[in-house]
Design a protein around this ligand. Structure first.
Ligand code: FPP
Length: 240
């Protein structure tokens, strides 16, 4: 049973293990990503039902371009399929879609669907479903440094006036873009224990969970187990 007063405001997920799931099930990597998309759908539903305010998923990293052309274009195609199939339901459930990352580099068809999802859900007030796409934390921090440097150059403030808050504001999650709080809980499936360039600045005080299950097998029941375990933790944010 979940304690309603202690639901993490922001859960961030690294959906890892689609490829291994595919191998285990004797199918193609793309079929693995498709199964991953189905798992993601269920986790969005649970997050919304449990009152999580922000769910951020790592759908495509700045490093994922190194994969084969077939796999990369297959993932982008899945985005089109996902929006076509799910946008109505997301909107009905008051879910707001946000994108973290420079999605303009994706194929035109994917960009169009993403913009449709952003436009349709922009005034929704329920779960904020943040999709990290062509996202990398170092790239995000580099862009923030550039933006701040420009402002210093223009005389808006001096280097001494730069604060941690200001840096946070200039990240994709920051007030200048989306105003997403730092993640309370970061989940990476498939037993890997790395951040892989995900939310490096924002994860300073996050709790971590590393379930062994491969992403396509990550069910609401597995998610519930992690939420219960999270609720039993004592978070001190560097204090006592
Ligand atoms: C990691 O597994 C997964 C990805 C890089 C892609 C995640 C994409 C989806 C779940 C598709 C749906 C997304 C949207 C927004 C519609 P992996 O391929 O690295 O697995 P492996 O480590 O076992 O090879």
């Amino acid at each position: 049973m979940l304690d309603e007063r202690n639901i993490p405001k922001h859960v961030a997920i690294i959906m890892d293990g689609n490829g291994r799931w595919a191998q285990k099930n004797n199918t193609t990597r793309l079929a693995g990503h498709n199964a991953g998309m189905r798992a993601m759908k269920e986790i969005v539903k649970s997050s919304s039902a449990w009152g999580v305010e922000h769910l951020t998923v790592y759908a495509f990293s700045t490093e994922n371009w190194k994969r084969s052309v077939e796999e990369v274009s297959g993932i982008f195609k899945l985005i089109v399929i996902y929006v076509d199939k799910e946008l109505k339901e997301l909107h009905k459930n008051n879910v707001k879609v946000n994108i973290l990352g420079d999605y303009s580099k994706l194929p035109k068809e994917s960009v169009e669907r993403l913009e449709k999802a952003l436009g349709t859900t922009k005034n929704n007030t329920g779960l904020q479903f943040n999709i990290a796409l062509n996202y990398g934390s170092r790239d995000e921090i580099t862009k923030a440094v550039r933006l701040i440097s420009e402002k210093v150059k223009n005389g808006e403030f001096t280097p001494e006036q730069i604060t941690e808050e200001m840096i946070g504001q200039h990240l994709y999650t920051g007030g200048l873009f989306h105003n997403i709080p730092d993640p309370d809980l970061i989940i990476r499936t498939s037993g890997e224990r790395r951040l892989s360039n995900y939310l490096l600045w924002q994860s300073a005080y996050s709790e971590f969970a590393f379930p062994d299950v491969l992403w396509p097998d990550f069910s609401p029941a597995e998610y519930m187990k992690i939420m219960e375990e999270y609720q039993s933790r004592d978070r001190r944010f560097g204090g006592r």
